[in-house]
Design a protein around this ligand. Structure first.
Ligand code: PMP
Length: 352
């Protein structure tokens, strides 16, 4: 830290992303990326002439991609915000709507508390129940920004849309953010509610179900006035937040919707297979609506299991938080990846 950093930022603890090893030695099940490539039409969407056009700025309005997303989801382009990954729209939303404080669960996406700290937002983390389920009543009438990942990470559990509706209805003077990064793997979307609740912001990403984590493309749906607030922040920080190539890949991705639906089905099938095998090995596995499983065993300490898997070439995600330190979060890879994981776990547990 330099002596020039603003005093207000000196104690900030930055978000720590999952390991991104540059070599290919690992079966990488630690950051919930897709094991499948983008659709063939997306892989061939960019040519030399597109790269040559990088001399020009990108479209700051993202008009074409907004129109395509609006068409796909049956909303208007004014209901759509585009961002550099969904982390960016979450960032903007904390800045825009966190003035009266924020509430979110104690076990959820670790970036929420970082954004709150960054902007000096007073926040409360409400404990999930013993079984990690969420009681929507804890978030009703809070009078603060409410932030819920649905399905949740790292637990993988989801809440029904009527619970979201109760939260939105009971917080009419505050924004309720529903982070739907994983919704395409079996969650229930709150999107239809944006018509009825002008305080509801639904955030999404191309990083998981759309196999484009490295493209950094996120989006959000909300009432036109909410979207305008986010645009104001974008135009006050980085108007060209999405580059030309990413916008183009995003459009090609929306055009290939059928491919991505098939990939989601594959991942759900592999998830069911993996869950069965883990349970046969004696793991407790939470019922997941995402592209990962959250699992623990009494036979090996969670942190130790993470290290043993890493030594054997498999990366999973372990969190030091005492409530969940016996668990590991395991991204669903290809069927072959998961068969390898199960084989390695059998070896490890056989020696315990
Ligand atoms: N929300 C949740 C719950 C996540 O797990 C992630 C991925 N780390 C994100 C948002 C952000 O993803 P991205 O910025 O790649 O869209």
């Amino acid at each position: 830290m330099s002596r020039y950093l603003n005093a207000s930022l000196q104690a900030l603890e930055a978000y720590v992303p999952g390991e991104q090893p540059r070599d290919q030695r690992y079966i990488k099940l630690n950051t919930n990326e897709s094991p499948y490539p983008p659709a063939p039409s997306v892989c061939s969407a960019i040519g030399e002439e597109d790269v040559a056009l990088l001399r020009l700025y990108s479209d700051p309005t993202g008009k074409n991609l907004k129109e395509k997303l609006a068409g796909l989801y049956g909303v208007k382009p004014e209901n759509v915000f585009l961002s550099n990954g969904s982390d960016e729209v979450l960032n903007f939303a904390f800045l825009a709507f966190g003035g009266k404080g924020a509430v979110f669960p104690d076990i959820s996406y670790g970036f929420y508390s970082v954004f709150a700290d960054l902007y000096g937002i007073d926040y409360t983390q409400i404990p999930l129940k013993e079984d990690f389920s969420l009681d929507y009543r804890d978030y009703c009438g809070q009078g603060k920004l409410v932030v819920i990942a649905n399905p949740n990470a790292p637990t993988g559990l989801s809440i029904p849309v009527d619970a979201v509706e109760k939260m939105a209805a009971s917080n009419p003077d505050n924004v309720v953010i529903i982070d739907e990064a994983y919704v395409d793997f079996g969650g229930e979307t709150a999107l239809p509610l944006i018509e009825k609740y002008d305080n509801l912001l639904v955030t999404r990403t191309f990083s998981k179900s759309r196999c484009l984590a490295g493209g950094r493309l996120g989006y959000a749906f909300g009432a036109p006035a909410l979207i305008a607030d986010l645009e104001k922040i974008k135009y006050s920080t980085n108007p060209y937040n999405l580059d030309r190539l990413t916008l183009q890949l995003g459009e090609a991705t929306v055009d290939a919707e059928d491919y991505y639906r098939q990939m989601c089905v594959r991942i759900q099938e592999t998830r069911a297979w993996t869950r069965d095998r883990l349970e046969q090995l004696g793991f407790q596995v939470l019922p997941s609506r995402t592209n990962f499983l959250f699992a623990r065993t009494d036979r090996v300490d969670g942190g130790e299991l993470y290290r043993m898997l890493k030594e054997r070439g498999i990366l999973v995600r372990h969190f030091a938080n005492p409530r969940i330190c016996q668990f590991n979060r395991i991204t669903i890879g290809t069927p072959e990846d998961m068969a390898t994981l199960i084989g390695v776990l059998k070896d490890i547990l056989g020696g315990c």
